[in-house]
Design a protein around this ligand. Structure first.
Ligand SMILES: C[S@@+](CC[C@H](N)C(=O)[O-])C[C@H]1O[C@@H](n2cnc3c(N)ncnc32)[C@H](O)[C@@H]1O
Length: 153
């Protein structure tokens, strides 16, 4: 598959949304993760998600015999996902910018959806809106750090 191929998947969520999200959807669908795993991985492969969120990558990997690893900064989300997975010790509560400190194994595949920031927002989701880190340029700079860290993991 190349980047120009069209991927058509169901835009329907198969996993429950926790009450604490108050209906706020932040996830990609399990069908998207499944389709990418089918094309790019095989059973037993290690799959990395540096922004685990509500665990879609972990849930689908465990259904499909892949080994999920991931990092989630938000403790409430981390704990909610952790309660629902088998590979509990593969899930880290922390900052993906500190990837090198986590002693993770070599990965076969990486899939993620980072916190999104449109260019017209000041609030930088990667710093929880800390005004010292306002602005889209700082957001992009930090995203580059995540990409470089994941590429070397
Ligand atoms: C768009 S959501 C990911 C949703 C996920 N793909 C799913 O299907 O559930 C992005 C997640 O990144 C987390 N996050 C934000 N900054 C982070 C950081 N520095 N390191 C790790 N996770 C972070 C947020 O708490 C949020 O849960």
């Amino acid at each position: 598959m190349t980047i120009s191929d069209l991927l058509t998947v169901y835009n329907r969520h198969q996993f429950p949304l926790p009450d604490f999200q108050n209906g706020g959807e932040i996830r990609f669908t399990g069908a998207l993760v499944s389709a990418l795993l089918d094309r790019f991985t095989k059973p037993g492969d290690a799959v990395f998600d540096p922004f685990v969120g509500l665990g879609t990558t972990f849930f689908v990997c465990e259904q499909r015999g892949r080994l999920p690893y991931g990092i989630e900064a938000d403790r409430q989300r981390y704990e909610w996902v952790r309660e629902r997975i088998t590979a509990k010790h593969h899930l880290i509560c922390g900052d993906s910018a500190e990837l090198a400190a986590f002693d993770l194994p070599e990965m076969d595949f990486c899939i993620t959806s980072p916190p999104y920031m449109p260019h017209w927002h000041k609030w930088n989701p990667l710093y929880n809106g800390d005004p010292d880190y306002d602005g889209y340029d700082i957001y992009l700079k930090r995203c580059r750090k995540y990409s470089a860290g994941s590429a070397n993991a």
